[in-house]
Design a protein around this ligand. Structure first.
Ligand code: SF4
Ligand code: SF4
Length: 511
């Protein structure tokens, strides 16, 4: 079990709504971005002198641009439906981690400067000046929101706390208070093309290594191409797929699927990142700059289609915003969706009977599936409502003999966040990450006891990284989290692949 210098929540059989402990997470705040990293994103390097005026002005700008933000800040009736729906409240007991509590941090400033009642009778309407103390609270608690949108599912007015968190981070960046993890990573994408700062030659080496591994394992020459001009498909995948476990096993699976489909495909060293942290910091300008790299790569490589690998928020950006950010995509083949998810691609081949699976290859695992929040609540897949839930499950069922879903209150559109999304996947936020993972890990733990589940599959790079880190805090193993396309990779029988059955037949013939 991993050692913690904070109290790890206890896992219970039935979910419990904890009694509040005000201020218990006030100390949690991520490292701030250094001046150079702020500036390369177009933000002031440090806290500007007239920060209150600038912050209020930026808030006014966002209220004008995004009508939803004003509606969210105006329409809460304090009904309480959302109070026990956030994993960070359930795991920490801090009332400022209740969605309504988090929203109120912005709402009180909004009321003070943008409503008549707040200007003249601030105490009566809960309006407050934007003081340094309030700014500190913003920095702390708006970085305890993974922008997972679970609360919005339960709010009768559909108030989306994720949008409020994004706006708060955008305002803070504009006065020179940015978060180190997100802002440094966005800078790396601008310089090198991916979050990890992995240069082209290292990427080429990694892909060559994968080709050798797959050849050794299957006897089939599966290619993992890079920068191939004229390929049909450009694969945009999270850079974690290039080296992290279990992500890389998913990438091996995508390559096998493309091989079996007989399509030509390529990765791009210029756009070697699906993730778009511009969304986490609520910065449309930065989100667009990251997304435009994909467009440039697609044009340069003259591809006809774009397929996204397993990454939750990347799929949200791709599905919901890619056209606005970097479209039009009229130079691509109109017969295919733009973009397409690798799960849609694999599922389509399954429907056409083009993939042969040997499910027994996954018999060492009893599986469940974690719906990643950005896929579940901010996107879709396929041409039917709910495809984002059903398609990954159909792939798992086609590739494994043993699958069980977790408690229905914790899956599909009610899924709990892994605890590390929204720009929180950094070691300086380990306490909130571990505590926020509690509701998901609790549901997993119950299924481990009830059904003997051993592994949980996911289609999000952040979820996979988060679980490998936090499961040991709960006495579980890091390898209990797997990629969906890892299951595909294990079970897929490639044309010409030597299987165990072939070996047995050869042995019989020899006898
Ligand atoms: S968006 Fe998610 S993390 Fe943020 S307040 Fe709502 S439930 Fe909590
Ligand atoms: S559920 Fe919606 S309306 Fe009710 S308290 Fe929460 S944010 Fe306000």
């Amino acid at each position: 079990m991993a050692k913690a210098d904070f109290q790890v929540p206890q896992l219970k059989q039935y979910p419990e709504i904890p009694a509040i402990e005000p201020g218990v997470m006030a100390h949690s705040a991520p490292f701030k971005a250094k001046e150079e990293f702020q500036r390369q994103l177009g933000f002031p390097g440090t806290l500007v002198d007239d920060w209150q005026d600038k912050a209020i002005a930026k808030m006014g700008d966002l209220l004008g641009k995004y009508r939803s933000l004003r509606v969210y800040l105006d329409s809460c009736v304090k009904c309480g439906s959302c109070t026990d729906k956030c994993h960070y409240y359930l795991g920490t007991k801090d009332p400022k981690n209740m969605p309504v509590g988090r929203q109120d941090l912005m709402r009180k400033v909004y009321r003070r400067y943008f409503t008549l009642a707040g200007k003249f009778f601030p105490k009566l309407v809960g309006a407050e000046d934007f003081t340094e103390e309030v700014l500190n609270d913003w920095y702390s608690y708006f970085h305890q929101c993974s922008q997972c949108r679970r609360c919005s599912v339960f709010c009768p007015y559909g108030i989306d706390t994720a949008e409020i968190s994004m706006a708060a981070r955008e305002i803070m960046d504009h006065i020179g208070v940015g978060q180190k993890y997100c802002n440094e990573i966005i800078g790396k994408v601008y310089k090198i093309g991916n979050n990890l700062g992995l240069p082209g030659p290292a990427l080429a080496d990694t892909l060559e290594g994968l080709e050798e591994d797959v050849l050794d394992e299957t006897g089939v020459e599966v290619k993992y191409p890079l920068d191939v001009e004229g390929a049909d498909i450009l694969l945009i995948t999270p850079s974690a797929d290039f080296f992290a476990e279990p992500h890389v096993d998913g990438l091996i699976g995508y390559g096998k699927v493309f091989h079996e489909a007989g399509v030509s495909w390529t990765l791009s060293s210029y756009a070697s990142e699906a993730a778009n942290f511009g969304m986490f910091i609520g910065s449309y300008a930065n989100m667009r700059r990251v997304a435009l790299r994909i467009r440039e790569a697609a044009i340069k490589l003259k591809v006809k289609r774009i397929v996204f690998g397993e990454c939750g928020h990347a799929w949200r950006v791709a599905y919901s915003f890619l056209n606005t950010l970097a479209g039009p995509w009229d130079f691509l083949d109109p017969r295919y969706p733009v973009p397409q998810h690798i799960c849609e691609f694999t599922y389509d081949l399954m429907q056409k009977g083009k993939l042969r699976f040997d499910k027994s290859q996954n018999d060492d695992m009893v599986l469940t599936y974690h719906d990643s929040c950005n896929v579940a609540r901010a996107s879709r897949m396929g041409d039917r409502p709910g495809g984002q839930f059903d398609i990954p499950r159909a792939i798992i069922r086609a590739t494994c003999n043993h699958f069980y879903d977790m408690d229905e209150e914790t899956i599909r559109d009610r899924t709990f966040c892994c605890g590390g999304g929204g720009g929180l996947l950094t070691d300086d936020l380990m306490e909130i990450r571990v505590k926020g993972a509690q509701p998901r890990v609790e549901a997993l733990n119950n299924l481990m006891h009830e059904k003997g589940v051993t592994h949980m599959a996911a289609i999000c790079a952040i979820c996979k990284s988060q679980f490998t880190k936090v499961l040991p805090y709960y006495g579980m193993e890091i390898d209990q989290i797997v990629s969906v396309h890892q299951l595909v990779s294990n079970a897929l029988v490639l044309t010409g692949q030597e299987t165990e059955d072939d070996d047995e037949e050869a042995a019989d013939e020899a006898a």
